[in-house]
Design a protein around this ligand. Structure first.
Ligand SMILES: [Zn+2]
Length: 342
């Protein structure tokens, strides 16, 4: 089985994000939001069949660990109440996709975070998504202010209510920012990669892994700048007398393969142990074009991994085994959903 651990519902029926705009406008005007729009199963089926499912078929991948559109989370908009209603709507839609395509999608939750609001209100949504929807992980935004970094670092006890829930349910978090509202940071060109890099550095220098020895984080987009600068982080850990970087982080931190060229994948696989790499493409996502140098889509990351000088067993770990280990509930949910599919 080939498991893509990083996909978002970027093709959701238009009225879904339309309601979000209305909700934020109503909030600004001090009015209640309009009722949520009807979205039919057929509309969801169409949006997936012509989108992510089509790409899965073309590229030969089987299952996507699927979450709401990341840039659409917009935790810097509205307040805690609007974030709660929006996260609930987005997660419900992911659950419907997973119910309609139980062999091809397993859900991950977006959280109702808000800038400068302690994330205790996220606990209830985590419980709901795990217990009622069978979701296997969460996306945790380290910067709900959208590029202004106004909340404490991930090392701070501010985040511990979420970490406690992650450990309780045995679910990992992907560190994933949302849209940037700071014009100095392009959402997908720099803010995402900054978020990955900053999140890693915050966790590496923290006592989070001492306080939560079994907690697991996925740093997406190939780990931002981290694998390329692994020597810098090794040196920083050494100077700060934190011990060996590998011993410090590799039981708890994993990297996905959303790197859109072969040399980047080669570097990732050379620097990061194979047990810490999870296959991912983030299709259909930020980079949708075809690379004129290869004639293939930039985000067709399976092609790069197929070309790496690794054994078949190591590739199987990247494509499947590591995801089943890091997302501890995944194997059970795959079986349950397959059973509902008949
Ligand atoms: Zn993403």
């Amino acid at each position: 089985m080939i498991i893509d651990c990083h996909g978002h519902y970027t093709t959701a029926p238009r009225q879904h994000e339309g309601w979000r705009s209305q909700q934020i406008e109503a909030h600004a005007a001090g009015k209640p939001p309009p009722p949520r729009p009807a979205i039919t199963d057929d509309e969801i089926r169409q949006s997936i069949e012509g989108g992510q499912r089509k790409v899965q078929r073309e590229r030969g991948t089987d299952l996507t660990i699927f979450s709401p559109r990341a840039a659409g989370m917009g935790h810097h908009l509205g307040d805690a109440t609007t974030s709660e209603a929006w996260a609930a709507a987005c997660n419900e839609l992911i659950h419907r996709v997973c119910s309609l395509f139980p062999k091809n999608f397993v859900g991950v939750a977006m959280l109702p975070q808000s800038a400068r609001v302690a994330p205790t209100n996220c606990r209830r949504e985590i419980d709901r998504c795990v217990n009622e929807y069978g979701f296997v992980g969460i996306n945790l935004n380290p910067d709900p202010s959208g590029g202004h970094w106004q909340d404490p670092p991930l090392s701070d006890r501010y985040w511990y209510p979420i970490y406690e829930k992650m450990v309780e349910h045995d679910i990992p978090a992907m560190i994933h920012v949302s849209a940037s509202c700071n014009p100095t940071h392009h959402t997908t060109g720099s803010h995402y990669l900054n978020g990955d890099t900053a999140g890693f550095n915050q966790l590496m220098t923290s006592s989070v892994f001492k306080d939560f020895p079994t907690i697991k984080f996925i740093i997406p987009h190939g780990g931002g700048a981290v694998p390329y600068h692994w020597g810098r982080y090794r040196g920083l850990a050494q100077d700060a007398k934190l011990g060996l970087l590998s011993e410090l982080v590799l039981n708890n931190i994993f990297f996905d393969t959303c790197v859109y060229h072969l040399p980047g994948q080669e570097l990732l696989a050379k620097v990061i142990p194979v047990g810490n790499i999870l296959f991912a493409s983030e299709m259909i996502g930020a980079v949708r074009g075809i690379d004129p140098e290869t004639g293939h889509h930039y985000d067709d990351t399976k092609r790069y991994i197929d070309q790496l000088p690794l054994s078949a067993a190591d590739k199987a770990r990247i494509f499947e085994g590591n995801a089943r280990r890091v997302y501890a509930r995944l194997s059970r949910v795959i079986e349950q959903q397959a059973a509902t599919a008949g």
